[in-house]
Ligand binder design. Structure first.
Ligand code: FNR
Length: 360
């Protein structure tokens, strides 16, 4: 590596150099015009900070809890698919990095290493992300495997009844390796026209999934269920009504429906609707410690990080992922200190100024 990156954005360029174009594009890209992809990042820049002075910040405590599990900082690893496209060690390397940083990784359903391999790679609290397939028996089986292997929560992704149109993948005729969690159960054979992942998702994902199905999911697992992909107060209220244990405000890293708003601009709407009944996690465009701080000030309990983790993995394996998380943690700690917030509970709404505040 030329020179050590000094922020997580620099890992993106290193990943671009390290990977075949097809794989880099798969990780970095978004849907259609990629408007929301840019907005997820840009919207953070339009929020400014309102630091308080003359507070004792000689000790900073970033630790927090999510569903009762203590983590070293409110920065978790978002579920992202097929880490072996980024690095031969795949999710095992990512899981070790997350464990070393004392935080929670959410393993994607469509991982390259299996649920079991990741579980046995190291001791740590992990959650499992679920896509519900048309073949409900396959989904039930993977939930059971997650439970048996010690995963502590199911993160149900609800914004992908069909795959978004990622044009780079279509152009590149993106070919993904077999999905090892489902070997022999679901075919991932290459579609000659489009990306095989898109073909897979079309065949496998259950587009009929709806609110009543949360009852089904609850009937097959005792694990707490978080719902990932909420963007409106209407859906936030319904999620609470059906009894989820938590909500992830997410637009899937802008890979599904383009022209959804940036996630940071809708976080507060969801927070108000939920009124503290369940914890709210957040993802989309987190690239700086100041972004973590802004999301917490607007009511998130913790943030999930997607692409920076994959880019760190591509550039430098387990160490790259560890460095990405450490950089975000270090920046976040400094932001807390310079904003006059020695602990997480000191971060309040009045520490940020949003676009809508400026109108009032
Ligand atoms: C994702 N995301 C995702 N989400 C999910 O629920 N299951 C999945 O398998 C995947 N796979 C996936 C692959 C890649 C390469 C990316 C970039 C993203 C979405 C992910 O969990 C998260 O919502 C976003 O990545 C957050 O945005 P940032 O941090 O990438 O800006």
């Amino acid at each position: 590596m030329a020179s050590e990156p000094v922020n997580v954005n620099e890992y993106q360029e290193l990943a671009r150099r390290a990977l075949p174009k097809m794989y880099y594009d798969f990780h970095a890209g978004g849907a259609e015009d990629q408007h929301t992809l840019k907005e997820n990042v840009e919207a953070f820049r339009r929020i400014t900070l309102r630091p308080r002075i003359l507070v004792d910040v000689s000790r900073i405590d970033m630790s927090t809890t999510v569903l009762g599990y203590k983590i070293s900082a409110p920065i978790m690893l978002a579920p992202t698919s097929m880490h072996q496209l980024a690095h031969p060690e795949g999710e095992v390397a990512t899981a070790r990095a997350a464990a070393a940083c004392n935080t929670i990784m959410i393993l994607s359903s469509i991982s390259s290493c299996t649920v079991e391999e990741v579980a046995s790679s190291c001791d740590a609290v992990r959650f499992f992300q679920l896509y519900v397939f048309k073949r409900r028996d396959i989904s039930a089986q993977i939930v059971r495997r997650a439970e048996e292997n010690g995963y502590k929560a199911i993160v149900l992704t609800v914004d992908a009844p069909r795959p978004g149109r990622r044009e780079a993948d279509i152009k590149n005729k993106m070919v993904a390796p077999p999905l090892r969690n489902f070997e022999g159960l679901i075919s991932t054979k290459v579609d000659s026209v489009r990306s095989n992942l898109e073909a897979f998702a079309k065949v496998a994902y259950d587009a009929s999934l709806c609110w009543e199905d949360i009852r089904w999911l609850k009937s097959i697992t005792n694990l707490p269920i978080l719902i990932k992909g909420v963007l409106t107060h209407e859906d936030a209220r319904k999620a609470v009504e059906v009894g989820v244990a938590g909500i992830v405000v997410s637009n899937h890293g802008a890979r599904q429906l383009d022209y959804t708003p940036s996630t940071i601009s809708v976080l507060e709407e969801v927070v108000h609707a939920v009124g503290g009944k369940v914890p709210i996690l957040f993802d989309g465009g987190v690239r700086r410690g100041t972004d973590v701080f802004k999301a917490l000030a607007l009511g998130a309990q913790a943030v999930l990080v997607g692409r920076p983790v994959v880019h760190g993995l591509a550039a430098d394996g387990e160490r790259g992922v560890r460095r990405v998380i450490e950089m975000l943690k270090n920046e976040f700690e400094l932001t807390m200190a310079l904003s006059g917030c020695p602990s997480i509970r000191d971060i309040t709404r009045s520490h940020v100024r949003t676009e809508s505040d400026k109108l009032h």
